[in-house]
Design a protein around this ligand. Structure first.
Ligand code: HEM
Length: 362
Protein backbone atom coordinates (compact mmCIF):
# COMPACT_ATOMS: atom_id res chain seq x y z
CA UNK A 1 0.00 0.00 0.00
CA UNK A 2 1.20 3.46 -0.86
CA UNK A 3 0.10 6.60 1.04
CA UNK A 4 -1.16 8.46 -2.02
CA UNK A 5 -2.96 5.44 -3.48
CA UNK A 6 -4.66 4.57 -0.18
CA UNK A 7 -6.04 8.11 0.08
CA UNK A 8 -6.79 8.45 -3.65
CA UNK A 9 -4.87 11.69 -3.62
CA UNK A 10 -4.73 11.71 -7.39
CA UNK A 11 -8.51 12.24 -7.43
CA UNK A 12 -8.78 14.28 -4.24
CA UNK A 13 -6.17 16.83 -5.22
CA UNK A 14 -7.48 17.09 -8.73
CA UNK A 15 -10.88 18.43 -7.65
CA UNK A 16 -10.04 22.10 -7.24
CA UNK A 17 -11.00 23.85 -10.45
CA UNK A 18 -11.60 27.56 -9.90
CA UNK A 19 -14.20 29.04 -12.24
CA UNK A 20 -12.11 32.20 -12.40
CA UNK A 21 -9.22 30.18 -13.93
CA UNK A 22 -11.59 28.63 -16.47
CA UNK A 23 -12.87 32.09 -17.40
CA UNK A 24 -9.28 33.30 -17.87
CA UNK A 25 -9.32 35.87 -15.02
CA UNK A 26 -7.77 33.99 -12.06
CA UNK A 27 -8.89 35.13 -8.60
CA UNK A 28 -6.34 34.01 -6.01
CA UNK A 29 -8.85 33.41 -3.15
CA UNK A 30 -11.18 31.11 -5.07
CA UNK A 31 -8.80 28.23 -4.33
CA UNK A 32 -9.35 28.75 -0.59
CA UNK A 33 -13.11 29.08 -1.12
CA UNK A 34 -13.20 25.69 -2.84
CA UNK A 35 -10.90 23.95 -0.35
CA UNK A 36 -12.97 25.22 2.59
CA UNK A 37 -16.24 23.99 1.11
CA UNK A 38 -14.74 20.64 0.20
CA UNK A 39 -13.35 20.23 3.71
CA UNK A 40 -16.80 20.96 5.15
CA UNK A 41 -18.36 18.36 2.91
CA UNK A 42 -15.78 15.79 4.06
CA UNK A 43 -16.59 16.56 7.69
CA UNK A 44 -20.34 16.35 6.97
CA UNK A 45 -19.65 12.92 5.49
CA UNK A 46 -17.93 11.84 8.70
CA UNK A 47 -20.78 13.27 10.80
CA UNK A 48 -23.30 11.24 8.78
CA UNK A 49 -21.10 8.17 9.25
CA UNK A 50 -21.17 8.66 13.04
CA UNK A 51 -24.89 9.38 13.03
CA UNK A 52 -25.52 6.10 11.23
CA UNK A 53 -23.75 4.30 14.07
CA UNK A 54 -25.62 6.24 16.76
CA UNK A 55 -28.96 5.64 15.09
CA UNK A 56 -28.39 1.91 14.74
CA UNK A 57 -27.41 1.58 18.41
CA UNK A 58 -30.24 3.70 19.79
CA UNK A 59 -32.77 2.09 17.48
CA UNK A 60 -31.65 -1.47 18.21
CA UNK A 61 -33.64 -4.08 20.15
CA UNK A 62 -31.28 -4.01 23.10
CA UNK A 63 -29.36 -1.07 24.44
CA UNK A 64 -26.91 -1.86 27.18
CA UNK A 65 -24.19 0.03 28.99
CA UNK A 66 -21.56 -0.82 26.36
CA UNK A 67 -23.75 0.66 23.63
CA UNK A 68 -24.18 3.75 25.79
CA UNK A 69 -20.41 4.25 25.90
CA UNK A 70 -20.19 3.86 22.13
CA UNK A 71 -23.03 6.34 21.57
CA UNK A 72 -21.34 8.89 23.81
CA UNK A 73 -18.07 8.40 21.92
CA UNK A 74 -19.68 9.04 18.52
CA UNK A 75 -21.69 12.00 19.79
CA UNK A 76 -18.51 13.49 21.23
CA UNK A 77 -16.80 13.01 17.89
CA UNK A 78 -19.64 14.78 16.09
CA UNK A 79 -19.36 17.62 18.58
CA UNK A 80 -15.62 18.01 18.04
CA UNK A 81 -16.13 18.04 14.27
CA UNK A 82 -18.74 20.78 14.65
CA UNK A 83 -16.29 22.78 16.76
CA UNK A 84 -13.68 22.49 14.01
CA UNK A 85 -16.38 23.49 11.50
CA UNK A 86 -17.04 26.67 13.47
CA UNK A 87 -13.34 27.43 13.74
CA UNK A 88 -12.85 26.97 9.99
CA UNK A 89 -14.86 30.13 9.41
CA UNK A 90 -11.82 32.03 10.76
CA UNK A 91 -9.77 30.74 7.85
CA UNK A 92 -12.35 31.81 5.29
CA UNK A 93 -12.58 35.24 6.90
CA UNK A 94 -8.97 35.92 5.90
CA UNK A 95 -10.62 36.53 2.51
CA UNK A 96 -12.02 40.08 2.31
CA UNK A 97 -15.31 41.09 0.63
CA UNK A 98 -13.31 42.61 -2.23
CA UNK A 99 -11.38 39.36 -2.73
CA UNK A 100 -14.72 37.53 -2.81
CA UNK A 101 -16.16 39.95 -5.35
CA UNK A 102 -13.39 38.91 -7.77
CA UNK A 103 -15.26 35.63 -8.36
CA UNK A 104 -18.67 35.81 -6.60
CA UNK A 105 -20.62 36.54 -9.79
CA UNK A 106 -19.31 33.34 -11.33
CA UNK A 107 -21.06 31.27 -8.64
CA UNK A 108 -24.72 32.17 -9.29
CA UNK A 109 -27.04 30.34 -8.68
CA UNK A 110 -24.88 27.81 -6.79
CA UNK A 111 -25.23 28.07 -3.00
CA UNK A 112 -24.88 26.22 0.31
CA UNK A 113 -28.65 25.70 -0.11
CA UNK A 114 -27.66 22.89 -2.44
CA UNK A 115 -25.58 20.98 0.13
CA UNK A 116 -27.37 17.64 0.34
CA UNK A 117 -25.13 16.45 3.14
CA UNK A 118 -25.91 19.47 5.32
CA UNK A 119 -29.63 18.79 4.85
CA UNK A 120 -29.08 15.13 5.68
CA UNK A 121 -27.27 16.10 8.90
CA UNK A 122 -30.14 18.43 9.88
CA UNK A 123 -32.73 15.82 8.96
CA UNK A 124 -30.86 13.05 10.78
CA UNK A 125 -30.81 15.23 13.90
CA UNK A 126 -34.59 15.69 13.67
CA UNK A 127 -35.22 18.97 11.85
CA UNK A 128 -38.34 18.68 9.70
CA UNK A 129 -39.78 20.86 6.93
CA UNK A 130 -42.54 22.39 9.06
CA UNK A 131 -39.92 23.65 11.56
CA UNK A 132 -37.90 25.44 8.90
CA UNK A 133 -37.76 29.15 8.21
CA UNK A 134 -39.98 29.75 5.19
CA UNK A 135 -38.29 31.11 2.10
CA UNK A 136 -40.93 33.21 0.35
CA UNK A 137 -43.17 30.19 0.32
CA UNK A 138 -40.60 28.15 -1.61
CA UNK A 139 -39.53 24.69 -0.55
CA UNK A 140 -35.73 24.80 0.02
CA UNK A 141 -35.54 21.10 -0.83
CA UNK A 142 -36.34 21.99 -4.45
CA UNK A 143 -32.89 23.59 -4.68
CA UNK A 144 -31.42 20.08 -4.69
CA UNK A 145 -31.09 17.95 -7.80
CA UNK A 146 -34.01 15.50 -8.33
CA UNK A 147 -32.03 12.43 -7.22
CA UNK A 148 -30.86 14.34 -4.13
CA UNK A 149 -34.43 15.34 -3.30
CA UNK A 150 -35.32 11.66 -3.44
CA UNK A 151 -32.51 10.85 -1.01
CA UNK A 152 -33.67 13.58 1.35
CA UNK A 153 -37.29 12.37 1.18
CA UNK A 154 -36.08 8.90 2.15
CA UNK A 155 -34.21 10.43 5.11
CA UNK A 156 -37.42 12.15 6.30
CA UNK A 157 -39.01 8.70 6.56
CA UNK A 158 -36.21 7.34 8.76
CA UNK A 159 -36.35 7.84 12.53
CA UNK A 160 -34.14 10.79 13.42
CA UNK A 161 -31.77 11.03 16.37
CA UNK A 162 -34.49 13.03 18.12
CA UNK A 163 -37.11 10.30 17.51
CA UNK A 164 -34.75 7.56 18.67
CA UNK A 165 -33.78 9.48 21.77
CA UNK A 166 -37.45 9.95 22.58
CA UNK A 167 -38.10 6.22 22.22
CA UNK A 168 -35.07 5.34 24.30
CA UNK A 169 -36.12 7.73 27.09
CA UNK A 170 -39.64 6.29 27.05
CA UNK A 171 -38.12 2.88 27.78
CA UNK A 172 -36.36 4.18 30.93
CA UNK A 173 -37.35 1.53 33.46
CA UNK A 174 -36.99 3.38 36.75
CA UNK A 175 -39.88 5.81 36.78
CA UNK A 176 -42.65 3.38 37.62
CA UNK A 177 -40.92 1.25 40.22
CA UNK A 178 -43.49 -0.01 42.80
CA UNK A 179 -41.80 1.64 45.71
CA UNK A 180 -41.28 5.06 44.16
CA UNK A 181 -43.45 7.79 42.80
CA UNK A 182 -41.11 10.20 41.09
CA UNK A 183 -43.86 12.70 40.33
CA UNK A 184 -45.20 13.07 43.84
CA UNK A 185 -41.88 13.50 45.63
CA UNK A 186 -40.42 15.77 42.99
CA UNK A 187 -43.48 18.03 42.72
CA UNK A 188 -43.43 18.63 46.45
CA UNK A 189 -39.79 19.74 46.32
CA UNK A 190 -40.30 21.85 43.21
CA UNK A 191 -43.35 23.75 44.41
CA UNK A 192 -41.14 25.26 47.10
CA UNK A 193 -38.52 26.21 44.52
CA UNK A 194 -41.00 27.91 42.16
CA UNK A 195 -42.56 29.80 45.08
CA UNK A 196 -39.04 30.92 46.02
CA UNK A 197 -38.50 32.20 42.44
CA UNK A 198 -41.81 34.10 42.64
CA UNK A 199 -40.68 35.66 45.94
CA UNK A 200 -37.44 36.83 44.29
CA UNK A 201 -39.42 38.47 41.47
CA UNK A 202 -41.84 40.16 43.91
CA UNK A 203 -38.95 41.48 45.98
CA UNK A 204 -36.92 42.95 43.07
CA UNK A 205 -37.01 46.71 43.73
CA UNK A 206 -35.72 47.71 40.27
CA UNK A 207 -38.56 45.97 38.38
CA UNK A 208 -41.41 48.10 37.07
CA UNK A 209 -44.94 46.82 37.85
CA UNK A 210 -45.47 45.67 34.27
CA UNK A 211 -42.09 43.89 34.12
CA UNK A 212 -42.86 42.21 37.43
CA UNK A 213 -46.21 41.03 36.12
CA UNK A 214 -44.60 39.76 32.94
CA UNK A 215 -41.97 37.80 34.85
CA UNK A 216 -44.56 36.26 37.16
CA UNK A 217 -46.61 35.37 34.10
CA UNK A 218 -43.55 33.63 32.59
CA UNK A 219 -43.07 31.72 35.79
CA UNK A 220 -46.73 30.68 35.72
CA UNK A 221 -46.24 29.49 32.14
CA UNK A 222 -43.19 27.50 33.20
CA UNK A 223 -45.27 25.95 35.94
CA UNK A 224 -47.96 24.82 33.50
CA UNK A 225 -45.24 23.41 31.23
CA UNK A 226 -44.10 21.34 34.18
CA UNK A 227 -47.66 20.18 34.96
CA UNK A 228 -47.79 19.01 31.37
CA UNK A 229 -44.67 16.86 31.76
CA UNK A 230 -46.28 15.08 34.67
CA UNK A 231 -49.87 14.81 33.49
CA UNK A 232 -51.15 13.23 30.27
CA UNK A 233 -54.20 15.45 29.76
CA UNK A 234 -52.34 18.70 30.44
CA UNK A 235 -49.58 17.50 28.13
CA UNK A 236 -51.85 16.84 25.16
CA UNK A 237 -53.28 20.33 25.42
CA UNK A 238 -49.85 21.96 25.59
CA UNK A 239 -48.20 19.85 22.88
CA UNK A 240 -50.65 21.28 20.35
CA UNK A 241 -49.13 24.72 20.99
CA UNK A 242 -45.63 23.40 20.30
CA UNK A 243 -44.42 24.24 23.82
CA UNK A 244 -43.03 20.69 24.11
CA UNK A 245 -42.07 18.47 21.20
CA UNK A 246 -40.81 15.33 22.93
CA UNK A 247 -43.37 12.81 24.21
CA UNK A 248 -44.54 13.36 27.77
CA UNK A 249 -43.02 10.16 29.05
CA UNK A 250 -39.64 10.96 27.41
CA UNK A 251 -39.59 14.38 29.05
CA UNK A 252 -40.35 12.89 32.43
CA UNK A 253 -37.52 10.40 31.97
CA UNK A 254 -35.11 13.14 30.84
CA UNK A 255 -36.03 15.14 33.92
CA UNK A 256 -35.40 12.14 36.14
CA UNK A 257 -32.04 11.43 34.47
CA UNK A 258 -30.95 15.04 34.90
CA UNK A 259 -31.98 15.23 38.54
CA UNK A 260 -30.52 11.90 39.62
CA UNK A 261 -27.49 11.84 37.31
CA UNK A 262 -25.13 11.13 40.21
CA UNK A 263 -26.55 7.61 40.44
CA UNK A 264 -24.18 5.30 38.56
CA UNK A 265 -26.81 3.78 36.25
CA UNK A 266 -27.88 7.26 35.12
CA UNK A 267 -24.46 8.64 34.31
CA UNK A 268 -24.29 7.36 30.75
CA UNK A 269 -27.88 8.46 29.96
CA UNK A 270 -26.96 11.87 31.37
CA UNK A 271 -23.87 12.04 29.17
CA UNK A 272 -25.95 11.15 26.12
CA UNK A 273 -28.47 13.92 26.86
CA UNK A 274 -25.68 16.43 27.50
CA UNK A 275 -23.89 15.46 24.29
CA UNK A 276 -26.95 15.98 22.07
CA UNK A 277 -27.49 19.38 23.68
CA UNK A 278 -23.83 20.22 23.04
CA UNK A 279 -24.26 19.26 19.38
CA UNK A 280 -27.48 21.28 19.02
CA UNK A 281 -25.69 24.25 20.53
CA UNK A 282 -22.67 23.76 18.25
CA UNK A 283 -24.97 23.62 15.19
CA UNK A 284 -26.59 26.88 16.31
CA UNK A 285 -23.14 28.39 16.84
CA UNK A 286 -22.09 27.31 13.37
CA UNK A 287 -25.25 28.77 11.82
CA UNK A 288 -24.75 32.03 13.72
CA UNK A 289 -21.08 32.21 12.78
CA UNK A 290 -21.87 31.47 9.14
CA UNK A 291 -24.60 34.15 9.14
CA UNK A 292 -22.17 36.74 10.52
CA UNK A 293 -19.53 35.74 8.02
CA UNK A 294 -22.07 36.05 5.18
CA UNK A 295 -23.00 39.52 6.43
CA UNK A 296 -19.34 40.48 6.56
CA UNK A 297 -18.77 39.23 3.00
CA UNK A 298 -21.92 40.45 1.25
CA UNK A 299 -23.55 42.97 3.62
CA UNK A 300 -27.23 43.35 2.74
CA UNK A 301 -26.91 41.70 -0.67
CA UNK A 302 -28.95 38.59 -1.48
CA UNK A 303 -27.30 35.17 -1.41
CA UNK A 304 -26.16 33.43 -4.58
CA UNK A 305 -29.01 30.97 -3.91
CA UNK A 306 -31.55 33.82 -3.89
CA UNK A 307 -32.37 34.13 -0.18
CA UNK A 308 -32.37 37.43 1.70
CA UNK A 309 -28.84 36.50 2.81
CA UNK A 310 -27.92 37.43 6.37
CA UNK A 311 -31.50 37.90 7.56
CA UNK A 312 -32.54 34.41 6.33
CA UNK A 313 -29.44 32.84 7.86
CA UNK A 314 -29.83 34.48 11.27
CA UNK A 315 -33.54 33.54 11.38
CA UNK A 316 -32.55 29.94 10.58
CA UNK A 317 -29.94 30.01 13.38
CA UNK A 318 -32.64 31.06 15.84
CA UNK A 319 -35.25 28.58 14.63
CA UNK A 320 -33.49 25.39 13.51
CA UNK A 321 -32.87 23.97 16.97
CA UNK A 322 -33.89 20.40 17.51
CA UNK A 323 -33.43 19.68 21.20
CA UNK A 324 -34.97 22.84 22.68
CA UNK A 325 -37.04 20.67 25.06
CA UNK A 326 -33.90 19.44 26.80
CA UNK A 327 -32.73 23.02 27.31
CA UNK A 328 -36.11 24.03 28.74
CA UNK A 329 -35.82 21.35 31.41
CA UNK A 330 -33.28 23.55 33.19
CA UNK A 331 -36.26 25.56 34.50
CA UNK A 332 -37.21 22.57 36.59
CA UNK A 333 -33.88 21.61 38.10
CA UNK A 334 -33.41 21.58 41.85
CA UNK A 335 -30.25 22.07 43.87
CA UNK A 336 -28.84 18.73 45.02
CA UNK A 337 -29.59 19.73 48.61
CA UNK A 338 -33.36 19.87 47.88
CA UNK A 339 -33.52 16.69 45.83
CA UNK A 340 -35.98 14.15 47.29
CA UNK A 341 -34.09 11.14 48.60
CA UNK A 342 -34.58 8.01 46.50
CA UNK A 343 -35.94 4.99 48.37
CA UNK A 344 -33.21 2.49 49.33
CA UNK A 345 -34.34 -0.33 46.96
CA UNK A 346 -34.38 2.14 44.07
CA UNK A 347 -30.90 3.40 44.95
CA UNK A 348 -29.76 -0.20 45.08
CA UNK A 349 -31.05 -0.79 41.55
CA UNK A 350 -29.27 2.30 40.26
CA UNK A 351 -25.91 1.11 41.55
CA UNK A 352 -23.48 -1.29 39.97
CA UNK A 353 -21.87 -3.99 42.04
CA UNK A 354 -18.64 -5.69 41.28
CA UNK A 355 -18.86 -9.24 42.56
CA UNK A 356 -15.50 -10.86 43.24
CA UNK A 357 -15.41 -14.41 41.88
CA UNK A 358 -13.12 -15.49 44.77
CA UNK A 359 -15.10 -14.56 47.85
CA UNK A 360 -18.47 -13.56 46.39
CA UNK A 361 -18.20 -10.15 48.11
CA UNK A 362 -19.46 -7.15 46.23
C1 HEM B 1 -18.00 33.81 1.33
C2 HEM B 1 -18.48 32.84 2.08
C3 HEM B 1 -19.93 32.54 2.19
C4 HEM B 1 -21.01 33.34 2.01
C5 HEM B 1 -21.04 34.81 1.63
C6 HEM B 1 -22.17 32.53 2.23
C7 HEM B 1 -23.48 32.97 2.12
C8 HEM B 1 -24.60 32.19 2.24
C9 HEM B 1 -25.94 32.65 2.06
C10 HEM B 1 -26.33 34.08 1.75
C11 HEM B 1 -26.75 31.60 2.22
C12 HEM B 1 -28.28 31.58 2.11
C13 HEM B 1 -28.69 30.92 0.85
C14 HEM B 1 -28.44 31.76 -0.36
O1 HEM B 1 -29.19 32.70 -0.60
O2 HEM B 1 -27.44 31.47 -1.07
C15 HEM B 1 -25.94 30.46 2.52
C16 HEM B 1 -26.42 29.21 2.80
C17 HEM B 1 -25.64 28.15 3.19
N1 HEM B 1 -24.27 28.13 3.21
FE1 HEM B 1 -23.03 29.69 2.93
N2 HEM B 1 -21.80 31.27 2.56
C18 HEM B 1 -20.43 31.22 2.56
C19 HEM B 1 -19.65 30.13 2.85
C20 HEM B 1 -20.11 28.90 3.23
C21 HEM B 1 -19.29 27.80 3.61
C22 HEM B 1 -17.77 27.78 3.69
C23 HEM B 1 -20.12 26.77 3.87
C24 HEM B 1 -19.66 25.41 4.28
C25 HEM B 1 -20.32 24.32 4.01
C26 HEM B 1 -21.48 27.21 3.64
C27 HEM B 1 -22.60 26.45 3.79
C28 HEM B 1 -23.88 26.89 3.63
C29 HEM B 1 -25.05 26.08 3.91
C30 HEM B 1 -25.08 24.66 4.40
C31 HEM B 1 -26.16 26.87 3.63
C32 HEM B 1 -27.63 26.51 3.81
C33 HEM B 1 -28.05 27.02 5.17
C34 HEM B 1 -29.50 26.87 5.52
O3 HEM B 1 -30.35 26.80 4.62
O4 HEM B 1 -29.83 26.87 6.72
N3 HEM B 1 -21.43 28.53 3.26
N4 HEM B 1 -24.63 30.84 2.53
Amino acid sequence: MHYGEYLHLDKLLDCQTPESDRKGRPAHDEHLFIIIHQTYELWFKQVLHEMGMIQSLLGGEMFDERDGGRVVQSLTRVLEIMRVAIHQVDILETMTPMDFLEFRDLLFPASGFQSLQFRLVETGMGLRKHNRVQLDGQDVDLRLKPHEQKQLRAAYEEPSLRDLLDGWLVRTPFLDADDFSFRASYMKALEGMLEHEAEIIRAQPQLSESDREKQLENLGRASSMLDAILDDAAYDALKESGAWTFSRRALEAALFVNLYRDEPALQTPFRILSAVMDIDEAMTNWRTRHALMAQRMIGQKVGTGGSSGHSYLSAAAAKHKVFGDLFSLATFMLPRSSLPELPAPMKERLHYHYVSSENGRS
